[in-house]
Design a protein around this ligand. Structure first.
Ligand code: FES
Length: 164
């Protein structure tokens, strides 16, 4: 009775399968990894805001009366795009003395509004009042309105906007 031996063709076929599987895996990785990276990379990115925003010519802001400047910024967080609106008051106490303060109330983040008659910023939510410089006069806010760092370049005023 003849003994059955393994065929050399079968070995070659197995070898070819292994080589093809190996090469197929490498080809798949070469093609697939960049695609996977492209798809998931937005989820790994968070955009930090660190920018100087121009508020225009400093001379366009009157001395003695706060003037509101509003702007929006779009932030990308993963696949999410968020557009935030900002409001800042430019307060020129004199030609040489300027401050820039946020119009966000430090109590629960309502927007305050300068009232010329009351000579104060009024918060519509819980009746808080702030001085022209942002200190709390009355109401629940725990601290003064936030100040922005600013600089003057070529007669224009720019504020430093940062967000994590
Ligand atoms: S949010 Fe301004 S007083 Fe409450």
């Amino acid at each position: 009775m003849a003994k059955k031996t393994s065929s050399p063709n079968l070995d070659r076929r197995d070898f070819a399968k292994i080589v093809m599987t190996f090469l197929g895996s490498i080809m798949g990785a070469i093609v697939g990894l960049p695609i996977i990276g492209y798809i998931i990379s937005p989820a790994l990115k968070t955009q930090e805001v660190d920018d100087w925003i121009s508020l225009g010519a400093l001379d366009g802001y009157p001395i003695g009366t706060p003037k509101l400047f509003s702007f929006t910024r779009t932030k990308v967080n993963g696949w999410e795009r968020t557009t935030n609106s900002y409001g800042v008051y430019v307060v020129r106490k004199s030609a040489a003395e300027t401050t820039v303060i946020s119009n966000v109330c430090t109590h629960l983040s309502c927007r305050v509004k300068w009232d010329e008659e009351a000579h104060a910023y009024l918060c519509p939510c819980h009746d808080a009042q702030f001085e022209i410089t942002g200190e709390v006069i009355y109401g629940p806010p725990p601290r003064a309105m936030d100040e922005y760092e600013f600089k003057i370049e070529d007669g224009n005023i720019l504020i430093h906007l940062t967000e994590g």
